[in-house]
Write a protein that binds this ligand. Structure first.
Ligand code: NAI
Ligand code: CS2
Length: 486
């Protein structure tokens, strides 16, 4: 099967030039989504190719269909990543994945065995923000029905956090050291957040286990960046035309990638810096910069772009007012809230982001980025708003972003057409977003959605700003409201 793929691939597609039989499963990754395939697995592939490691991945899926991973296994775990630049393309077959387990096939105990087995040094994660089952205040959401079910049967967990705790418990019972847990999701202080959720869960099942995890395990934080839109029929066709065959696990993404990792591991790690990653003691300035400048402006373009009738980020960038407003959001309202990482010029960072958004070959749907806003808004906009409220500085673009979200989650667009809102809180948000007046809608969402931290939920100043922004979109139209802030 491997040789079939090598035969089918066009000459221009780079192949792994290393002995894959010599690789060892030393890492499990939970969440074989688009992002992991185009990010951590690519760094690892490059590092293996440079002779820098023999650590390879076992992919773990806790949910969803099994066919993607089954098909991947049939193809010798090889898949393709095409970097689709505005000017140039580059295709590689990735060889760093060599095994997998799916919950639907091996059950929870099989998953726990797979991550806790001897030789596994690292469990990394990309399961989207909601996969961490956290509350808006950061701790484990004990009201989440899946969390409750896992706490009742901690040996057969279904959630990410329950699975990690059961895996760590097995290592402890075996008298072995824990594995490192490496969150690669867009959460602020993602390592600390993961640690907190894991410790909350562990404390609820076994205080001694929690104490052991707290002292022995490591949860390095990371900043991860690469724009990897969900694959569509159209992007699969572009990929197939480019590589010469159909690859169901293949990915089209932008050329840019960045990975900043806190250097704090239990027992060794691949030297991903040899493949372009950065190890540092303090990731927080990088994380905050990326979450506020990139992800914040992405959400701005997603809600306001969607409401303006734009399908993708690149389409939205074709509107000069949106482009200027997104840039101004970064420079005037996000950058002042940040401590720039050493040696980084935030102005140049913003310019580069606008350049990346303009890539016409990346069709990143505004609808996709608008998903799960309840899990994204705090780190992308609300923390910055809290900064401005304290400093007494204006934040009209952040207010417009949040007002755009408030209209979006009502499930009806400005033309009265339905919106397919995807969010773990979608039903609740929809209900709160339908009020008799703008004042009622804004205060309902601020106070009852659970999205706003306590300090903001009751802020009279914020309420006024959001009402003004909401009114501007409804009365002037979204494009004029954006233009006014360009
Ligand atoms: P995706 O939809 O392709 O994959 C999501 C993965 O998470 C799937 O493997 C799914 O099974 C798993 N998952 C979702 N909810 C889960 C839950 N409750 N429990 C267990 N597993 C769950 O999404 P994609 O593109 O891979 O993105 C995933 C995350 O990666 C994002 O939410 C973000 O935090 C991070 N990321 C994504 C980037 C991108 O451009 N796609 C770039 C930077 C970070
Ligand atoms: C996007 C991110 O879907 C979203 O919410 O803002 O996935 C974004 O593409 C990445 O963080 C870029 O690194």
């Amino acid at each position: 099967m491997t040789s079939d793929i090598f035969d089918a691939a066009k000459e221009t597609v780079r192949r792994p030039a290393y002995d894959r039989d010599a690789l060892k499963v030393r890492m499990c990754h939970i969440g074989f989504g688009a992002f992991h395939r185009a990010h951590q697995a690519v760094y690892t592939d490059q590092l293996i190719g440079a002779g820098g490691t023999d650590w390879a991945y076992r992919e773990i899926e806790l949910m969803g269909p099994t066919d993607l991973l089954d098909g991947l296994a049939e193809r010798g775990y090889l898949y393709t990543v095409v970097e689709n630049g505005a000017e140039e393309q580059d295709a590689r077959i990735v060889g760093s994945v060599i095994d997998h387990r799916h919950m639907a096939q091996v059950g929870p105990e099989g998953i726990v065995d797979a991550i806790s087995e001897d030789g596994i040094e690292l469990v990394s994660i990309t399961v989207t923000e909601k996969g961490y089952t956290l509350t808006a205040n950061g701790g484990l959401d004990f009201d989440n029905p899946m969390v409750k079910a896992d706490l009742e049967s901690p040996h057969a967990p279904k959630t990410v956090v329950g699975t990690l705790v059961a895996g760590l418990a097995k290592r402890r019972e075996a008298g072995k050291p824990p594995f490192t847990i490496l969150s690669c999701d867009n959460l602020p202080s993602n390592g600390h957040m993961t640690k907190r959720a894991v410790l909350d869960f562990a404390r609820a099942v076994d205080a001694d286990l929690a104490a052991w995890i707290e002292t022995e395990a490591r949860f390095p934080s990371t900043m991860v960046d690469r724009i990897v839109p969900a694959m569509t029929e159209e992007s699969h066709q572009i990929l197939a035309d480019y590589i010469g065959y159909t690859d169901p696990a293949g990915i089209l993404c932008e050329p840019f990638r960045q990975w900043v990792i806190e250097d704090d591991f239990v027992s060794g790690r691949p030297d991903w810096d040899q493949a372009g990653a950065t190890f540092t003691r303090n990731v927080l300035p990088y994380e905050n910069m990326k979450l506020r400048m990139l992800n914040g402006s992405h959400s701005f373009l997603a809600y306001l772009g969607y409401l303006g009738g734009y399908e993708t980020i690149a389409d939205t960038m074709g509107d000069e007012a949106y482009k200027a407003a997104a840039h101004a959001l970064m420079i005037k309202e996000q950058a002042p809230t940040l401590e720039a990482p050493q040696g980084v010029d935030l102005g140049a960072y913003a310019d580069a982001l606008i350049g990346r958004y303009c890539n016409p070959n990346i069709r990143h749907r505004t609808w996709q980025i608008a998903m799960d806003g309840s899990q994204k808004l705090p780190q992308r906009a609300l923390e910055s708003i809290a900064h401005h409220l304290k400093a007494g500085t204006p934040y009209p673009r952040l207010a417009l972003l949040v007002a755009g979200w408030m209209i979006y989650v009502s499930g009806v667009d400005l033309e009265g057409q339905p919106i397919d809102v995807r969010d773990p809180l979608s039903e609740k948000l929809k209900e709160l977003a339908q009020g008799d007046s703008i004042e009622i809608i804004v205060s309902n969402l601020m106070q009852q959605s659970g999205v706003f931290p306590a300090e903001l939920a009751l802020s009279a100043a914020l309420k006024i700003s959001l009402e003004e922004a909401y009114r501007a979109i409804k009365e002037k139209g979204v494009k004029d409201a954006v233009s006014a802030l360009a």
